[in-house]
Design a protein around this ligand. Sequence first.
Ligand code: C2E
Ligand code: CA
Ligand code: CA
Length: 768
Amino acid sequence: MGRQRISLKKSNCILSMLSRINRAIVRAESPDDLFRAACQIAVESGLFSAAWVGLVAPHSRTLQVLCHTGEIGSVDRVLARPGGFPDTVRTAGEMRILDKPETRTAALFPLELVRHGIHAMAGLPLYEHGRVVAVLTVFATDPGCFDAAVTALLHEVTEDICFSLDHQLSEQHRLAAESKLYYMASYDAQTGMPNRSLLEERLPALAARAEQRGAFLTMFAMRLMRLDRVAQIIGPAATNDVMRTIALRLEDLRGADGLLAQLGHEEFALVTLGARDSADVESLARTMVRAVEQPVHLDGKEVFLHLAVGGVTHWLHDQDVTTLLRRARAAANQVGAEGGFRLYSPDLDRDLERHVEMEAELHRALERGEFELHYQPQLNMKSGMVVGVEALLRWRHPLRGLIPPNQFIPLLEECGLMSRVGTWVLRTACAQAREWQELGLPAIRMAVNLSAQQFRLADLVTSVAQALGDAGLAPEALELELTESLILENAEQTIQVMHDLKKLGVSLSLDDFGTGYSSLSYLRRYPVDRIKIDQSFVRDIMEHSSSAALVRSILSMAHNLGLATIAEGVETPAQLGYLRKQVCQEMQGFLFSKPLPADELTEMLRQGRGLASDDPVDAAASTLLIVDDEAVVLKKLSLAFRSEGWKILTAGSGEEALVMMWEHGVGVVVSDLQMHGMPGTEFLRRVREMYPMTVRTILTRHADFETVAEAVNAGNVYKVLSKSSSIESLRGDLRDAFRRYEAKVEYLRRTGQQAHADNGKAAKVKTP
Ligand code: C2E
Ligand code: CA
Ligand code: CA
């Protein structure tokens, strides 16, 4: 009994050490960083009482102390000596363990260590490109510490670190990104938890283990409730902190053989073998609910969340993750808004009945013409022009209105309809592209998403060729978007189909890049023309320097491989600015436009709308518009402010000013109140409505309190300036106004919010 408990604790320590080292690998910026982290984690995991790292000097091949953690007194330098234990590990080039009293010679095992209660140690050589670059030594008080399990752990840790040194941490930028992607494929970037693909990978082994022991395998699906509301209040960065805290709490409940995975922004799955009966399952679930309900403390604030848990247990190992997860989720969906637990039972399949109903509706949808395509513009960053559109499927349900694809595409796939609908999408999109050409609109690319099911069909290539032929569309005008997971599902065959498609003359782009399994090096094997950087990275660019760095790496790697790049989900001017600086070629996102019905897109193409080609945020941040019907005032002020380096626009009327604002991004507007034509109050009201980002000020001579007050309210005016003030003080006020503009942009950036009314206005839209 006693022995068992110890080994359970130990295996917990081992798991914790492994997963923490992997997280450190994802985060480390340099080899030294990683070594230091490993040294610390080794001790914090509770397995070892101390750890030490020595670096191999490149020329002399001697060891130099890098760091140590835990109590080893003044031995740290002694350990580095030639002929010392770490040095023998370096020369042997393989792990060595010293735990027998008879091997404790003074040279190998300094007496000082024994004085600190240390009775065993192990040395691990760390390789980079085939050379030992460092030696990690761990120390234990228990002579029996280095048993088979710990030795296996150390081997694994060494392998992971060496892999990272070879791939991630080598100086080359390219490889840095590659390995990060490799790790990100298995671990969630924010919390460092295993993700779904790792869960899928490990589940069969867990199930087999459960079977061996005659134990239950229990899968819990957990959904954090209220997270969106909380995120709105505390912002994305703090939300990530909350997620990390919650993840750690849940990890504590995982058990030695369990696995905790993060499935999505607010969803976790936990697999455990520990439960013996349904009472165990229930009590474990309650513990999880309570753990999450404990308030999370954040800078003096408390955040409260609820957890909905659904559980399913099973005996057989042939169940796949999808089925288990679907059942656990169905159970979790039964939990009310206050959180709690439900165990799966077959009557929950009522949910599935609803699916069946929807399936029937989907079958009819195609015949009844309820599907439609919306088109989202893709723009070239340099020219600012629309160069393509992505066709996105919508279902216009007779009762429920427009349904977005994520609500029915999984169902289409489940009931095997996806390939038929996919073919319809292809044909409709090609026909639409052809129609635009016939209208004489600028030539643009039509991008169509392909699903895995379509790929599995033998005649995908034929059906693409047919869609093109029937529409009379040149293949160069068509681009097919596929995801990495789709490619990897059946790599060899898929790559062959990709080559066949390329032979037709269509181009291929890799969708959601960075979220799947593939490391960048795989890209060389795929005949793709473009990669689409996933929106999750774009969203995080401003929040997480690691996302920004990753985007940069992806872009430079793509550039090296001669691949085109497009960033999707661009919502803010700041994101756009960053992507532009990093030379991303194209963008797609709400900042410029949402997906639009065909006729609205036709209109947009007709008008030739595009992004302003220079950096719109920077431009607006220093553009001043002065509106006054007295030409002398305009002249005087433009001259007076010229030295500020602002771009100064002037307009003699509200009408004229509005046209200018349409054409240029404007940060600050100064408006007279008494003007011919449109009154100042009305002008400011419109500016407030159409360009809420622009900071509005009034310049007036009259101290007519009522008019001023009315204008201030109508235009939500930032400052009232007097024409009789000195130029010096006006200048100061306008500087304040520009600072105010920047603060607004910054706020928008921080909250990740998008001002829909302002859509494309801060990042101005221009007419040719
Ligand atoms: P996707 O291929 O990654 O498409 C991009 C999705 O991001 C679209 O969602 C689009 O509306 C959304 N989006 C674009 N810009 C922004 C932005 O700035 N912010 C945010 N938050 N979202 C933005 P949508 O239309 O709901 O489509 C969802 C997914 O459904 C698509 O993701 C694609 O995987 C799938 N899908 C859509 N149409 C088809 C289709 O015809 N065939 C197949 N196989 N899949 C499709
Ligand atoms: Ca897509
Ligand atoms: Ca995408």
